[in-house]
Design a protein around this ligand. Structure first.
Ligand SMILES: NC(=O)c1ccc[n+]([C@@H]2O[C@H](COP(=O)([O-])OP(=O)(O)OC[C@H]3O[C@@H](n4cnc5c(N)ncnc54)[C@H](OP(=O)(O)O)[C@@H]3O)[C@@H](O)[C@H]2O)c1
Length: 299
């Protein structure tokens, strides 16, 4: 519920306006929370007929100047282009630099920039060491944003899940795979905590608590099998048999394989201890229960 997200949040100052580039899964949730808090939020999508498209932003169009009128906060949720460029900076850097009242610029990045750590913890003080091409591109975009000298804050995210995007969907479709790779863990974050943390960080930023990079992750990096088994138990679905990773990898897409080739636990102490954000869904169990309750409501 949106009330669970906003209970530790202060509204943004009146007359704030947040522009979200990339109103996809996370962007739409962040927009909903912003509007609930009374902020004027406008969200881009690539196509007119996409849900929640307040304006269109893609590689081919020009956006109207009015979009920027009164903008105080900007968030980009758009991944790097295959060329490695950041589309927002490529097309709109000058307009952003000319905004007089810009208080905060968020960039949703990924914890993939840390690279493989053989299951060890990663925190913001560590030097990124991306190995995948897409993570190398991502780190380059992070740097480009930071070099603008705008009030930029990078939010590094692990696997995003939430209602409509969780183990329940793959269990229902029968596409779930019980890949067994001992010692492998994945960090996660529920989409409501991305939205909650984003507004929490915006408010702290204006108080001068403004780290340039913050991990947004839950407390419990976990093995995939545990997560699927927990979801199956709640949904009363049977589990397929486990497949050893060495066999499963032969039929994995290159993208899926790239996730299994890296192993790290994402440390959230900066967000949750130093800055004081309280996670709404501290682990996959509480988060999956929320996803299941939404699934039931929609049936
Ligand atoms: N999914 C994960 O588990 C995960 C993990 C870590 C980090 N991230 C990153 O975190 C961010 C948010 O993730 P998400 O899962 O919420 O993303 P999402 O649902 O895929 O949304 C991405 C948004 O970016 C827009 N977009 C993508 N390419 C674009 C382009 N070339 N030009 C203009 N707009 C473009 C999309 O437009 P449309 O709305 O038109 O599709 C969409 O609004 C992304 O940068 C993602 O890469 C994701």
């Amino acid at each position: 519920m949106i009330q669970d997200i906003v209970k530790q949040l202060e509204p943004l100052p009146s007359k704030s306006k947040l522009i979200i580039f990339g109103g996809g899964y996370s962007g739409q949730r962040i927009a909903s929370v912003g509007r609930y808090l009374g902020t004027n939020v406008v969200c881009s999508r690539r196509q007119e007929d996409s849900k929640g498209a307040d304006f269109i932003f893609n590689a081919d169009n020009e956006i109207s100047k009015e979009i920027f009128d009164g903008a105080t906060h900007v968030l980009s949720c758009i991944p790097p282009l295959l060329s490695g460029e950041d589309l927002v900076l490529k097309k709109l850097k000058t307009q952003l630099l000319n905004l007089k009242n810009l208080k905060w610029v968020g960039y949703l990045s990924t914890t993939g920039v840390y690279g493989d750590k053989k299951g060890e913890w990663v925190n913001e003080k560590m030097s990124p060491n991306p190995q995948q091409e897409r993570s190398i591109r991502r780190l380059a975009c992070e740097k480009e944003w930071l070099e603008t000298k705008l009030p930029v804050q990078i939010l590094r995210l692990p696997g995003i899940y939430g209602p409509g995007r969780s183990a329940f969907e793959s269990l229902s479709k029968g596409t779930v795979k019980m890949v067994d790779k001992p010692g492998q863990v994945f960090s996660r974050v529920h989409v409501d905590d991305i939205a909650g943390a984003a507004f929490f960080l915006i408010n702290l930023y204006s108080e001068g608590k403004n780290p340039s990079v913050v991990n947004i992750a839950d407390n419990l990096p976990s093995n995939n099998l545990e997560v699927i088994a927990f979801a199956a138990k709640i949904a009363q679905k049977s589990l397929p048999s486990t497949i050893p990773f060495e066999i499963a990898k032969k039929t994995m897409s290159p993208m899926a394989l790239s996730f299994w080739q890296e192993n790290r636990k994402v440390d959230n102490k900066l967000l949750c201890k130093t800055l004081g954000y309280s996670l709404i869904y501290p682990d996959f169990k509480s988060g999956l229960k929320n996803c299941f309750s939404k699934l039931k409501m929609n049936q």
